[in-house]
Ligand binder design. Structure first.
Ligand code: O7M
Length: 212
């Protein structure tokens, strides 16, 4: 993913298209998740991609042939990247990568969730997930802005992979701190789209100029 502002907007809102159009100059990509796609339909991926690269965050977590089918649908609808879980094991992640390579697309792998529950099981296997993602040639990782010390640790193992970090603002994480810990991008939802999205995005981009 090419970095200009370091911000990926998580558009978990029904007003996604208008917001994307208004904030595009302040963000590097848009992330779509199930709430938007299940309410608006998969065509929203193509519509959004006229405003910037779209990351399809379907947190793919299935057996390989189903994971591949999900990735295929995302890419054929214009996604530039997909997000997959890593705990599924290397066969599923590889199936997603194989599809991505046919579209010149990118694959980002979830390590541990930014929520408190992410520590119950996922923190214990996150290092191994990073190692697997790196060995397979994945493009990047998702690591929690709520725990910068974990970003720092996973960064050491990540090699050339990019780190995309959610949990900024509404979940308590700090954008600049996540970048300083080793994230390449922050993923930001409510702190942008709740209230004045343009002003929120502009201020965040301004703030991040000092650390990227
Ligand atoms: O900024 P928020 O809290 O309003 O939204 C956060 C977004 O990041 C939302 O789309 C979540 O699905 C996503 N996210 C997390 O909040 N935590 C994670 O650990 C992982 C993700 C994510 O993007 O995974 C790919």
């Amino acid at each position: 993913m090419e970095r200009r502002t370091g911000i990926i907007a998580a558009l978990d809102t029904t007003n996604a298209l208008n917001i994307a159009r208004e904030i595009r100059e302040y963000v590097d990509a848009f992330k779509v998740n199930y709430p938007l796609v299940l309410s608006e339909g998969i065509s929203v991926v193509k519509e959004l991609s006229s405003y910037g690269p779209v990351i399809a965050d379907f947190k793919i977590a299935d057996v390989p042939h189903i994971s591949a089918m999900i990735a295929e649908i995302a890419f054929e609808n214009g996604a530039k990247a997909v997000i997959t879980h890593g705990f599924t094991g290397s066969d599923s992640v590889k199936a997603v990568l194989d599809v991505a390579s046919r579209y010149n697309g990118e694959v980002y792998v979830v390590t541990e969730l930014s929520s408190a529950g992410g520590q119950e099981f996922m923190t214990g296997v996150a290092e191994r997930i990073v190692e697997m993602a790196r060995n397979l040639g994945c493009h990047g990782l998702i690591a929690p802005a709520t725990r910068p010390e974990r970003i720092r640790k996973l960064r050491e193992l990540a090699g050339n992979m990019q780190i995309l970090s959610p949990g900024v603002g509404a979940q308590g994480g700090k954008a600049a701190e996540a970048i300083r810990a080793g994230a390449d991008f922050v993923i930001v939802g409510r702190s942008i789209y709740e209230g004045n999205a343009v002003e929120n995005a502009r201020l965040l981009a301004e703030q991040l100029k000092e650390v990227i």
